[in-house]
Design a binder for this molecule. Structure first.
Ligand SMILES: Nc1ncnc2c1ncn2[C@@H]1O[C@H](COP(=O)(O)OP(=O)(O)O)[C@@H](O)[C@H]1O
Ligand SMILES: O=C(O)C1=C[C@@H](OP(=O)(O)O)[C@@H](O)[C@H](O)C1
Ligand SMILES: [Mg+2]
Length: 176
């Protein structure tokens, strides 16, 4: 069976899914969808507002709802998921049934650097945390999530994964 040209990026918060997804889609001339942005647009609320007002449980419901809708769309897209997306409601099965999943594996030191630089307001999981708390949160999240990330069809590791490497890995995946 031919593999559909649907590419889904998964990985820890700060691993670069949103940044890479956009660049990859541009290079491949594919559509780009960021799942968090799709939820924010569709619900007319920020992710932070959804977490704060309706709770994480509601966010996870919405995440699965939007993932299901987006992933069944016409092929020829790159989808950047949120860090938790593959880990709830059988979402990883859905992703692997419909698309080529790519895990961006970045060291915790690098994740910490990037998350500490980022505005906490954008990331409710890390809001108001100091460096030590972010380290503990990352360790805890990773322990719960590694199992799901490792089910991705392609894994790319490193702190400076380039879109060129990603494209060459994708080409060999589609060739084989
Ligand atoms: N390859 C990279 N090198 C350095 N910083 C990066 C890289 N990719 C992303 N970043 C930065 O790290 C932060 C998280 O990136 P983002 O794409 O939002 O990750 P994710 O969507 O996986 O949470 C952003 O501030 C972004 O500018
Ligand atoms: O790890 C998580 O559970 C989350 C990661 C975020 O996406 P990024 O991984 O793009 O930061 C966003 O979906 C939400 O804040 C929850
Ligand atoms: Mg993102």
């Amino acid at each position: 069976m031919r593999t559909p040209l649907k590419i889904v990026l998964v990985g820890m918060p700060g691993s670069g899914k949103s940044t890479f997804g956009k660049a990859l889609a541009m290079q491949l001339n594919f559509a780009f969808i960021d799942l968090d942005e799709a939820i924010e647009k569709g619900e007319s609320k920020t992710i932070r507002e959804i977490f704060e007002v309706e709770g994480e449980g509601r966010f996870r419901e919405l995440e699965t709802l939007y993932l299901t809708k987006v992933i069944s769309g016409v092929e020829g897209f790159v989808l950047s998921t949120g860090g938790g997306t593959p880990c709830f409601n059988d979402n990883m099965e859905l992703i692997n049934e419909q698309a080529v999943s790519v895990y961006l594996e970045v060291s915790h030191e690098e994740l910490l650097k990037r998350l500490a630089k980022d505005q906490a307001s954008k990331r409710p999981m890390f809001a108001g945390m100091d460096r030590g708390e972010i380290i503990l949160k990352l360790k805890n999240l990773y322990a719960q999530r590694e199992y799901f990330y490792r089910r991705a069809k392609i894994k790319l590791s490193g702190d400076d994964i380039s879109t060129e490497l990603l494209i060459s890995e994708l080409m060999s995946f589609f060739r084989n």
